[in-house]
Design a protein around this ligand. Structure first.
Ligand code: CMC
Length: 430
């Protein structure tokens, strides 16, 4: 029998043996669960930079090598050889589907694409200039007010239906948020189209003329969905898990994830990256913005650069860059100042010691903004598209948590630095 590995902690004259949990890939984990009971101490790790908040068998990232695997399969192989719905099946079930499994899965997804008719009226309550992410948070949260037959988290069948509903309705909800913002009529889903084709149709078709989704652009849209489908325990996924750990229903949990994704340090970065490129205006202004990004007294950062985990090229960014070029070639986009600024900014940042030393490479959001803009989406929709794609990752992670018999409510502790106990002072004596 091999001896179990342990780690030893010396603290205030005592020694504590801590177990080590083996990972199938990546760093093993020191098990500190008994630390508070045994040593009366907490650990301190704001931002979870060295803390595994959960066990998971879904997605693996090696940020130093630039590796991203969904259930063991490299992201580039899935994005280039597979498609989004196949990836959804893989993330949810752990294996790629057989032909029959795939057909059955597609049928289930297609069955749920429409929204409850009353939900259409919901949109009229929003201002036309509302940010579509605000609409997404509200409408997805409201799903739990419409689909009462899939909110019982203890019923496996209801969990399954909620999963299908979320993946399937998210494009419809997102496209409606877009149509509402531009004052065009909602377009109902079409089940004869692919997942991505249906989404483009709901966004860009109008009742007055026929719209045929372009196969190259549809493939690009599908690839964007695949690239964003999951990303381990990032802020929004951790938010979904934390919300779910209290027993909240899946629609509420996904609404929480959307709220977390909205921030510019996370999913909002694609919108922020494009706004930044537009603000820079042209290659001649790049040096000024590079200087600002390096200036510690200036809060400006190069949006679309850097990543908490990737300290090498983001593997998604490589495929996204290629997809961007395919889309721009198909659409015949040339002499675009935003594109020219992006190309030159990338070169300047990749050769600047500030960015090299800090391992700040362009991330997926740098290229996805350019691609989505070329596809015809306004920047305010970029994070919405990220949410459409990430829904499967959130729900797969939520289900994994719900199926874990050791699952308990997430309840971080703190290092208290406030006042010690003191007596109340009546207002007249303060
Ligand atoms: N521009 C300029 N400097 C930067 C940038 C940037 N984009 N990102 C990090 N730095 C600097 C930072 O100032 C710090 O420098 P120093 O060590 O001298 O103080 C160093 O690099 C490390 O930064 P950090 O803030 O400690 O790194 P982090 O891991 O906490 O932050 C990040 C990661 C993604 C929030 C950050 O790189 C960032 O704000 N990037 C821009 C926003 C962005 O593109 N986000 C999308 C991430 S990918 C999509 C997703 O997964 O959601």
């Amino acid at each position: 029998m091999t001896e179990k590995e342990t780690a030893t902690l010396s603290f205030r004259g005592e020694s504590y043996e801590l177990g080590v949990l083996p990972a199938s890939l990546g760093p093993d984990v020191i098990d500190i669960r008994r630390l508070y009971a045994d040593a009366d101490a907490f650990t301190y790790d704001p931002g979870f930079t060295a803390t595994a908040s959960t066990k998971s068998a879904i997605t693996y990232i090696d940020g130093d090598k630039g590796v991203l695997l969904y259930r063991g399969y490299p992201i580039d192989q899935l994005a280039e050889q597979g498609d989004f719905l196949e990836t959804c099946y893989l993330l949810l079930h752990g294996e790629l589907p057989t032909h029959q499994q795939r057909r059955a899965f597609d049928k289930k997804i297609i069955y749920h694409t429409m929204l409850h008719e009353q939900m259409y009226k919901f949109y009229n309550g929003f201002r036309r200039d509302a940010h579509p992410m605000a609409v997404m948070v509200a409408v997805v949260g409201a799903l739990s007010a419409f689909y009462h037959d899939s909110t019982d988290i203890n019923d496996e069948n209801q969990r399954e239906i909620a999963t299908m509903r979320l993946i399937s309705k998210m494009p419809t909800i997102a496209a409606m948020a877009y149509k509402y913002s531009i004052g065009q009529p909602f377009i109902y889903p079409r089940n004869d189209l692919s997942f991505a084709g249906n989404f483009l149709n709901m966004c860009f078709a109008v009742p007055t003329e026929e719209f045929k989704p372009n196969p190259i652009l549809t493939r690009a849209m599908d690839r964007i969905f695949t690239l964003h489908a999951d990303h381990e325990q990032n802020a929004s996924t951790s938010t979904v898990r934390l919300a779910g750990s209290s027993g909240a229903n899946p629609f509420a949990c996904i609404a929480a994830g959307i709220a977390s994704l909205w921030g510019p340090a996370h999913g909002g970065a694609n919108e922020a990256a494009l706004s930044m490129l537009e603000e820079i205006g042209g290659p001649e202004n790049i040096p000024e913005y590079i200087a600002r990004a390096k200036d510690k007294n200036d809060s400006f950062r190069l949006m679309g650069f850097g990543h908490r985990v990737y300290k090498n090229f983001d593997p998604r960014a490589k495929i996204m860059q290629k997809t961007a070029h395919e889309v721009l070639a198909e659409l015949g986009v040339k002499d675009d100042p935003v594109l020219e600024t992006a190309k030159q900014l990338e070169q300047v940042a990749l050769s600047d010691p500030y960015f090299i030393e800090r391992k700040l490479y362009p991330n997926i959001d740098f290229y996805s903004g350019i691609t989505l803009r070329a596809l015809g989406f306004p920047p305010s929709m970029f994070t919405v598209l990220f949410a459409v794609a990430r829904t499967v990752g959130w729900i797969a992670q939520w289900k994994e948590m719900m199926n874990d018999p050791k699952q308990k409510i997430g309840r971080p502790r703190q290092l208290y630095t406030g006042p010690t106990e003191r007596d109340y002072v009546p207002e007249g004596n303060r």
